[in-house]
Design a binder for this molecule. Structure first.
Ligand code: AMP
Length: 215
């Protein structure tokens, strides 16, 4: 069976994780987030986690070889998938093409979630995560029902350690320099779609469904 992948592109805080989770729930695309895989490795103190930790703290990219090992492993087991946070630079995008060729698959669409820098800083400072189930909240736009506790698990919500102003600024700079060139890269391959991601998660999701021709 042919493997089909979607790529969610966009700055930190543009809603890639939220939308990828919805694509998983509604259309069975396996959500592959390199950020989540790295955070898990850091939590578990694996060799990969030990290398990745210092880069993540600074908000800069973890070396490609570490990331490619994670992605290779994750892609070998899935047929429909959505990539969140990968590729992050041109060299990773080229490597992804090699992997797809090797495993017999294709990237159907790269979808850019477009949001302004001001909105991103606002969103990331208000972002809270459930450490138990991974659900993402925003204290302004989608707060938990009960004061700072997960609606599902009842566990106290936490801030991601890289969601502080200094690291956010670094992550945005890295995005502009290293990741944004992928917009042109996928445009040239005729598979880029842009979605206005300043709207509500539901509105953004219905645009994604449309451009990815899922219905
Ligand atoms: P994210 O959860 O996607 O915002 O990623 C959090 C951090 O993990 C980033 O700031 C990077 O340090 C690292 N990271 C995640 N994905 C990648 C990737 N594809 N390449 C390099 N570093 C990554």
């Amino acid at each position: 069976m042919e493997r089909i992948g979607l790529i969610l592109l966009g700055p930190p805080g543009s809603g890639k994780g939220t939308q990828a989770k919805e694509l998983e729930k509604r259309f069975g695309f396996v959500h592959i987030s390199t950020g989540d895989l790295l955070r898990k490795a850091v939590r578990e103190g694996t060799p990969v986690g030990k290398i990745a930790e210092k880069y993540m703290k600074e908000g800069v990219l973890v070396p490609d070889d570490v990331i490619l090992n994670l992605v290779n492993e994750a892609l070998s087991r899935v047929t429909r998938f959505v990539l969140d946070g990968f590729p992050r630079n041109i060299s990773q995008a080229r490597k992804l093409e090699d992997i797809m060729q090797k495993i017999g698959g294709r990237i159907k669409r790269a979808i850019l979630l477009d949001v302004s820098d001001d909105e991103i800083v606002k969103r990331l400072l208000a972002r809270r995560i459930c450490p138990s189930c991974g659900r993402v909240y925003n204290l302004i736009t989608s707060p938990p029902k009960d004061d700072n506790k997960c609606d599902v698990c009842g566990v106290q919500l936490v801030k991601r350690s890289d969601d502080n102003e200094e690291t956010i600024r670094n992550r945005l700079a890295v995005y502009r320099k290293e990741t944004a060139p992928l917009i042109k890269y996928y445009e040239e391959r005729g598979i880029l779609s842009r979605v206005d991601a300043s709207r509500s998660p539901e509105e953004v999701f219905s645009s994604i469904v449309k451009v990815a021709e899922l219905k």
